[in-house]
Design a protein around this ligand. Structure first.
Ligand code: F6R
Length: 366
């Protein structure tokens, strides 16, 4: 049931205040200063003493893994690697007993992710599943895990499952850090509060959907798009580009903003829209100079910014505003306008956004 929305994708984008709330419910209690996750608690020794955490996933779930890499390394001081499941499974990877593998999957049935964890399990690693579909193959084969509780996702392009994955992975990181003592209590309490407030902030990230629909009209005939971000928002640039490719069939590339000088900047001219994921964080000054570099080459800049950011507002051709949040939580808000932009461009081009060509909801063949 689309509940009055034109497509499942739009419905699922708009469900995110609820799905994120459901994901936190019964787990995060900011007032008490606790995170209750049985799968983490029961394996806390392996998790906090892990010599390494390897995240394996595909597609959008791999992007959630990349966000988690930044969050886990920052909070837990454990080295993290994020692997495409298909590459990991075929290359005879080095796996030690003390390694923890986190498999991230909406469907829980992605063949490459499943085989990757089977192999790692045989070699003695602890397998932790972050899965949406209850009772799915990846959930069953994992030693432990945490469900994302996003509810059924029907649209082929993953939206609400992604934000739920990021929330679960962030809670896991916070819990490990707290148990390990790698985070001080003040910051722990601050981040719990920040995370608890996200479901209340998501509606503000959705409210400009009409303006984003108009932007989609303006840019729908572009041949290529570049998406740039730094730090916690770098994976969001990748995710924004993937959403656009899937739904609108426009070629798009996501890059770390500073990498553009090493190649992609050659693409920039007055016909190229460049989407900057540029919320107020510790990278802000750096991304402002990246925007200047694009403007100097006459690229069109569309920027996702924090409300009140006068600096980027003055520089960009178009801005989309999201509420302020701690930089660790920013991806949960900055991804939302990019989901909407891809959706509305697909609709403006008359495409079947719920069932894009050549794609399947769950990829059970390698
Ligand atoms: C993107 C998308 C795919 C999936 C990928 C992994 O919108 O839907 O890239 O994210 O196929 O699927 P799961 O998470 O089910 O393992």
């Amino acid at each position: 049931e689309k509940s009055g929305y034109d497509h499942f994708m739009l419905k699922e984008i708009f469900e995110q205040p609820h799905t994120i709330f459901d994901c936190l419910r019964g787990r995060l209690d900011a007032a008490a200063g606790t995170i209750t996750m049985a799968g983490v608690q029961n394996n806390i020794e392996q998790l906090k003493n892990a010599s390494r955490i390897i995240i394996v996933a595909c597609g959008t779930s791999w992007h959630a893994g990349l966000v988690a890499e930044y969050v886990i390394e920052e909070l837990c001081r454990i080295p993290v690697e994020v692997e495409y499941a298909s590459e990991f499974r075929y290359r005879n990877p080095v796996i030690h007993k003390g390694d923890v593998i986190i498999a991230v999957s909406q469907s829980g049935e992605t063949a490459d992710t499943l085989v990757a964890i089977e192999k790692a399990k045989e070699q003695g690693a602890t397998i932790f599943g972050v899965v949406n579909v209850v009772g799915s193959s990846i959930a069953r084969i994992s030693h432990a895990g945490a469900y994302t509780h996003a509810g059924p996702e029907i649209g082929v392009a993953s939206t609400k499952a992604f934000t739920a994955q990021v929330v679960v992975l962030t809670m896991i990181a916070l819990k490990i850090a707290h148990e390990k003592g790698s985070i001080d209590n003040k910051r722990f309490m601050h981040l719990l509060n920040e995370l608890q407030e996200i479901p209340e902030k998501v509606p503000a990230a959705l409210k400009d959907s009409e303006a984003i629909r108009k932007l989609a009209e303006k840019y729908k005939d572009a041949k290529d798009f570049l998406y740039l971000g730094r730090g916690y928002n770098f994976p969001i640039a990748l995710e924004g580009a993937l959403k656009l490719k899937e739904i609108s069939y426009i070629h798009a590339e996501g890059y770390p903003a500073a990498e553009m000088k090493h190649g992609p900047i050659a693409l920039v001219d007055e016909t190229l829209p460049v989407v900057f994921v540029a919320t107020k964080d510790s990278y802000h000054e750096k991304i402002v100079s990246n925007i200047q570099e694009i403007k100097a080459r006459k690229g069109k800049v569309i920027a996702v910014i924090t409300e009140g950011d006068e600096i980027i507002s003055k520089m960009a051709d178009d801005v989309i505003v999201v509420p302020a949040a701690d930089e660790l939580m920013a991806p949960l808000l900055s991804v939302i306008p990019l989901q909407l932009l891809a959706y509305y461009i697909g609709v403006a081009k008359g495409l079947d956004v719920d069932k894009p060509r050549n794609l399947a909801k769950s990829v059970t063949v390698e």
